[in-house]
Design a protein around this ligand. Structure first.
Ligand code: CA
Length: 255
């Protein structure tokens, strides 16, 4: 076995962070013009995002109540509540406050842009905009707002996780791991030796636990242990407190 395996550390380190495979970010498009919404949605889908369309503030609120998106694209001029009013409202609510808002506006003048940013928008983009510009701005707000999703390599003992290539390996063997278990493992590996309660894990890994039961964490921890195989014992249950990832003491680790 003299060939360098494709998952060798040096090739991982050379991986370009921004074209990385990862779970598709969900983008809520709040836009009353179907032609624009569809164009944006098609482009987002082609570029690895998961678009969801709402045509006004009310249906956007229903979407937000159901599942929190990773980014909101918010049109300024909407029937009913304006984009500006919606941005203010979502910034004032703790549940929606962390979601990046990118305002879409046909208005070009400076006072309006300032008003948008004052209302809590993270950025704005003036119509008509190019797809490339929109994608670049979405990626930028995602990077700024989601430090846990930043692509990197984490190593604990013989367990290695590469967020850029979405690979986990243990003792140089690649492990097959589901998307939620991957996110859970990533978080645990970035904060090893600490006990995390189920509700903390829901907060940090799922991002929003209003509609998710704490039991869900147990289900995914069980799946994670199964996926980890002999490294499964690294995920410890701390009775009455939660879970902890710890370097496996019984396995000799050469570094
Ligand atoms: Ca509009």
């Amino acid at each position: 076995m003299s060939d360098t395996p494709p998952w060798s550390r040096s090739s991982l380190l050379c991986a370009k962070p921004f074209n990385a495979m990862k779970t598709q970010p969900r983008i809520l498009i709040v836009e009353d013009e179907p032609a624009i919404a569809e164009l944006v949605a098609v482009n987002l889908r082609h570029n690895g995002f998961q678009p969801v369309w709402a045509e006004d503030g009310e249906s956007a609120q229903r979407e937000l109540d159901a599942v929190l998106p990773d980014v909101i694209l918010l049109d300024w001029m909407l029937p009913g509540q304006s984009g500006l009013a919606l941005a203010r409202k979502w910034r004032a609510e703790p549940r929606t406050r962390p979601i990046p808002i990118l305002m879409l506006t046909a208005r070009g003048d400076e006072p309006d842009k300032v008003a948008g940013l004052d209302a809590g928008a993270d950025d704005y983009i003036t119509k008509p905009f190019s797809t490339q510009e929109l994608l670049a701005r979405i990626r930028a707000v995602l990077r700024r707002r989601a430090p846990e999703q930043v692509n990197d390599i984490v190593i604990i003992g013989a367990l290695q996780l590469d967020a850029a290539t979405h690979r986990v390996n243990y003792q140089a063997q690649i492990l097959k791991i589901g998307p939620t278990e991957f996110k859970l493992l990533h978080y645990l590996m970035k904060h090893p030796e600490r006990v995390h309660s189920r509700s903390q894990l829901l907060d940090k890994v799922w991002g929003d636990h209003v509609f998710i039961e704490e039991r869900t964490v147990d289900v995914h921890v069980k799946r994670l242990r199964e996926a980890l195989g002999s490294a499964g014992t690294m995920v410890e249950t701390v009775r009455g407190a939660g879970y902890r990832l710890t370097a496996q003491p019984q396995v000799a680790v050469q570094t």
